[in-house]
Design a protein around this ligand. Structure first.
Ligand SMILES: NC(=O)c1ccc[n+]([C@@H]2O[C@H](COP(=O)([O-])OP(=O)(O)OC[C@H]3O[C@@H](n4cnc5c(N)ncnc54)[C@H](OP(=O)(O)O)[C@@H]3O)[C@@H](O)[C@H]2O)c1
Length: 239
């Protein structure tokens, strides 16, 4: 994978950072795309540049729910091509449906579903020019199951899964592989905020998801792997 270029959204923490580190170790050039905390993304890029001197690390902070920013920045971000797109940025939300304002539904749908669609559309011309084009979308077990108090988050991840299934079939003959990873609770800031009672013990770690990403990228066989679900052993999956 050395010398390929990956665009990763939500790379400033949690799963996105773990994926970025794992790809950097393989010699993949990184484009850290999107983040509302520009300083955090800049610090992440500086850390990765220091740790992995042989790769290029670019970063483009922007709110992924803002179409204009996404379209404008993506043109710059893709200047060296795109071989791998990781749609990872996302946000959970937990509340009874009757207390969930429609603006919250829109916000969660915009980030978790609409942004990956828009970014995929921007990336496709570049992916089509790549020799190993791959899209990996980070969904969740809520893309498959329904949990109480998570209607907005669950709907957004179901939509992402449906979109991914459709484009996986549509793009296969063009050589573009599309995969979905659906983790249960992963010990990141997202879950630390939503479930402060959890200690992280026996939970899925961001590095486990990064390993799965590497597996998918390295195993470009004739078998199509379109979806991997990682559950916490013996515990109710959370997100
Ligand atoms: N943690 C879990 O238990 C779990 C389980 C299943 C699936 N997932 C999924 O895995 C993905 C990553 O989750 P995580 O736990 O690593 O989350 P995290 O630690 O909270 O990181 C989320 C990332 O998304 C970025 N982001 C949030 N809103 C954004 C916006 N409007 N525009 C641009 N970037 C934005 C954040 O950057 P800023 O802070 O700078 O905005 C951050 O880099 C999400 O899609 C999540 O749904 C997580």
């Amino acid at each position: 994978m050395k010398g390929l270029t990956a665009v990763i959204t939500g790379a400033s923490g949690g799963i996105g950072l773990a994926i970025s580190k794992a790809l950097a170790k393989e010699g993949v050039n990184l484009v850290l795309f999107g983040g509302t905390n520009a300083k955090k993304l800049e610090d992440t890029a500086a850390f990765l540049k220091k740790e992995f001197k042989d790769i290029a690390v670019d970063f483009y902070p922007c709110d992924l729910t803002d179409d204009k920013s996404v379209i404008g920045f993506f043109k710059k971000a893709a200047k060296n091509g795109v071989d791998i797109l990781i749609n990872n940025a996302g946000q959970a939300f937990s509340a009874p449906v009757e207390d969930t304002d429609m603006r919250v539904f829109d916000k969660i749908m915009d980030l978790n579903f609409r942004a990956p669609v828009l970014i995929t559309k921007q990336a496709l011309p570049y992916l089509k020019a790549s020799k190993r084009p791959t899209i990996i979308n980070i969904a969740s077990v809520v893309a498959h199951n329904g949990y109480p108090l998570q209607s907005a988050y669950t709907a957004s991840k179901h939509a992402l899964l449906g979109f991914s299934k459709s484009i996986a079939a549509e793009l296969y003959n063009q050589g573009i592989r599309v995969h979905v990873i659906s983790p249960g609770g992963v010990y990141t800031d997202m879950i630390k905020t939503a479930r402060p009672d959890l200690t992280g013990e026996d939970m899925i770690m961001p590095e486990d998801i990064a390993e799965t990403v590497l597996f998918l990228l390295k195993n470009r066989t004739n078998a199509v792997i379109d979806e991997i679900r990682l559950h916490r052993a013996a515990k109710e999956p959370f997100a």
